[in-house]
Design a protein around this ligand. Structure first.
Ligand SMILES: [Zn+2]
Ligand SMILES: [Zn+2]
Length: 345
């Protein structure tokens, strides 16, 4: 079968490999839709020691498909079922899992290999984070389950209340998902980005106001423009950073009202630092939270949002393409021509 194989930064190709076999507790799936993600682009460009400790490796982690075989002991799934799975499972035994902080699990089991005609879901993910799709849900819509689950986690940590004004910094797939879920949570959302094309999508996702910072030269002018879009110019009740740049982390904190919360969601390079006015943090009682990944509860909630139609996974997809379009699709994402592609092996 054909599968994407990652050899190291910049070296990624579609190759012929043997099909996987479902071992005990595992499920083999014919992939019908596999979505590209910012993490794929990052990994392709610079490598990713945590996701790819050994090379060469299979590539891709957002997918939906049809079960072709199940290993010994699997009872919840059978051949022919349409399924979706998250990209990891927590161990359930380490200190973090014991505290209910499974996103921090020390032994997260990862799945790589969604960009392929077939993928085998590891036992831990079968047991914890794999779901049958309702007939009403398309493979394309279900494939971005993982980013949706992480955003459900971010929303959970945000404490958004009915009537809040939420500023979402960044309108890529993650930012757009935050816009949609914050609206579902009863907030008015201000979307901030530097691309008019992405801000149009934010309005379609439910943003009631937008701030285009493309022509604002410096941090101070950007902060002023964002504050002006909030009630009384006071700032956001909740600010969400969905870009992954320290300068935008600072922008998210500087545009909060007193007593507000910032959810700093976009991953930055290792060693990157950002600054907070500590006096403002004290006298304005600001809360600043980092949020990473998801837990099984967030995955379950994400599946429910997809199944009910509350969240339309297809709205995130720029275009559907063939598997051989993987690298061109990552290049298109890097160039800002699209934000998320579904590949249909
Ligand atoms: Zn992803
Ligand atoms: Zn654990």
């Amino acid at each position: 079968m054909r599968a994407a194989i990652f050899h190291g930064p910049g070296v990624l190709g579609i190759e012929d490999v043997p099909e996987g076999v479902a071992g005990p507790g595992e499920v083999a799936v014919e992939v019908r839709a596999a979505a590209t993600c910012g993490t794929d682009l990052k990994s392709y460009r610079r490598g990713h020691p945590k996701l790819f400790p050994q090379l060469p490796a299979r590539f891709g982690h957002e997918f939906a498909g049809v079960v072709t075989a199940v290993g010994d002991g699997v009872t919840r799934f059978r051949p022919g079922m349409r399924v979706v799975a998250a990209n990891t499972a927590p161990c359930g035994r380490c200190w973090a899992c014991t505290l209910g902080r499974q996103s921090l699990c020390e032994n997260l089991e990862f799945l790589n290999g969604a960009f392929a005609e077939q993928v085998v879901i590891p036992r831990a993910i079968v047991e914890t984070n794999t779901y049958e799709l309702p007939d009403s849900l398309s493979f394309d819509a279900a494939a971005p389950l993982e980013p949706l689950a992480t955003v459900v986690h971010g929303i959970d940590e945000s404490g958004i209340r009915l009537g809040d004004t939420v500023v979402v910094h960044g309108a890529g797939p993650i930012g757009l998902t935050f816009v949609r879920l914050a609206v579902l949570r009863g907030a008015s959302v201000v979307s901030v980005d530097q691309s008019a094309w992405r801000l149009e999508q934010a309005v379609a996702a439910g943003a009631s106001a937008t701030v285009d910072v493309a022509d604002l030269p410096d941090a101070d002018s950007r902060v002023r423009a964002i504050l002006a879009a909030t009630p009384g110019g006071r700032g956001a009740d909740v600010g969400i950073e969905a870009v992954g740049l320290p300068a935008v982390w600072e922008q998210a904190v500087r545009t909060l009202r007193p007593g507000a919360t910032a959810v700093l969601f976009g991953g930055t390079p290792a060693g990157a630092m950002f600054s907070i006015d500590s006096s403002a943090m004290h006298y304005q009682e600001l809360s600043v939270k980092g949020v990473f990944h998801h837990t099984p509860r967030h995955v379950q909630a994400a599946v429910a949002l997809l199944a009910s139609g509350s969240f339309d996974g297809e709205s995130l997809i720029t275009e559907a393409r063939g598997l051989d379009q993987l690298v061109p699709s990552l290049e298109d994402m890097a160039a800002g021509r699209g934000s998320k592609y579904v590949l249909r092996p």
